[in-house]
Design a protein around this ligand. Structure first.
Ligand SMILES: C[S@@+](CC[C@H](N)C(=O)[O-])C[C@H]1O[C@@H](n2cnc3c(N)ncnc32)[C@H](O)[C@@H]1O
Length: 321
């Protein structure tokens, strides 16, 4: 089994909690419909999970506009606005079958009690605890949480309409086996949606040697843990090896270029490289505290650069089993 490189330090969760369905699963949103059953594998702090739950909540029908689901600002979304109240905009008659993509069912009988539900899983109870807290705070009543390994999912075949994993394949020991499992538990005509960053394709300005050294260190540690930090470019290949024949492969980016975004991203990585599991693993590999502080200073220098710019490339795959 691969070791999860990032760990669950506050500086890591700070990054993951910023994520929303809109900024991290935009390629999936067009196929979501109310009433669907969704599996979110490796949910982490479950902010994306919560957005997905808002989007599919209620009997079968088109998904709620993600912006009214709070997916733009992410946190603090009013669950009632997202149609979580079953009385809201839930027109089973149009059933979501209009798209012709098999993305909904006209019988409104998708999921327990005919309401959209999300099942979210994490590898350990500790990791699941952060997701549980987010779900509890959201007030959502259509999320089930459990501990499980993505390589061996505890579900029967054809169980879910949508199977989603964001930034997980890059961390697992056998991404093709994980994708084979995602395919197995997705019903025929459903969708498997995976997205992963590609570290070697990160691009930034200004050129700072500390950031080059940070990237080399991170990729070395991730590979030593059994992961593949340059996963984004490999998703299509892995999906083909897992037996998918109907695959749409795309890419999208996060971009940090405003003073506030730079302060957030640069400060977060300065903390991660000195205080999170990445720092512990670097020390165990012989990297000195002084060197880690130098890398952190590089991130702060980038954040303080008036012309600082950074883009995170992601590969995406939307596949039909
Ligand atoms: C980078 S985080 C992404 C979390 C969340 N999907 C998001 O994007 O905010 C990767 C998550 O995958 C989980 N993970 C790693 N290996 C796993 C496995 N074999 N089975 C289930 N989850 C796993 C980790 O515990 C971690 O929370």
């Amino acid at each position: 089994m691969a070791r999860y490189t990032h760990g669950h330090h506050e500086s890591v969760l700070r990054s993951h909690r910023w994520r929303t369905a809109e900024n991290s699963a935009g390629y999936l949103l067009p196929v979501l419909r109310r009433g669907m059953t969704v599996l979110d594998v490796g949910c982490g702090p479950a902010t994306i999970t919560a957005d997905l739950a808002r989007l599919v909540a209620g009997p079968a029908g088109p998904a709620t506009d993600p912006t009214s689901a709070g997916a733009d600002s992410g946190r603090g979304a009013d669950a009632a606005d997202a149609g979580v109240d079953s009385g809201r905009g839930a027109d089973a008659a149009d059933g979501g079958a209009d798209s012709g993509r098999g993305a909904g069912r006209a019988d409104g009988g998708v999921g327990p009690a005919g309401r959209g539900r999300v099942t979210a899983l994490e590898l350990t109870p500790e990791a699941l605890a952060t997701g549980s807290a987010e779900v509890a705070a959201s007030g959502l009543g259509n999320v089930d949480l459990l501990v499980a390994d993505a390589h061996a999912l505890p579900f029967p075949d054809d169980r879910f309409d949508v199977v989603h994993a964001h930034q997980v394949l890059q961390h697992v020991a056998d991404p093709v086996r994980m994708l084979t499992e995602l395919r197995r538990v997705c019903r025929p005509g459903g969708h498997v949606a995976v997205r992963d960053s590609d570290y070697a394709a990160f691009a930034w300005h200004p050129r700072l040697p500390e950031l080059d050294d940070w990237l080399a260190l991170y990729r070395r540690l991730a590979r030593a843990n059994g992961g593949e930090p340059d996963a984004g470019r490999r998703l299509l290949s892995w999906a083909q090896q897992a037996g998918f024949t109907e695959v749409t492969a795309t890419s999208s980016t996060w971009c940090f270029a405003t003073p506030a975004d730079r302060a957030w991203w640069g400060g977060m990585w300065a903390d991660r490289v000195t205080r999170s599991a990445v720092a512990d693993q670097a020390r165990a590999a012989g990297v000195t505290d002084r060197e880690l502080r130098r890398l952190a200073d590089g991130w702060r220098a980038w954040a303080d650069s008036d012309d600082g710019w950074l883009s995170v490339l992601h590969g995406e795959v939307l596949a039909r089993p």
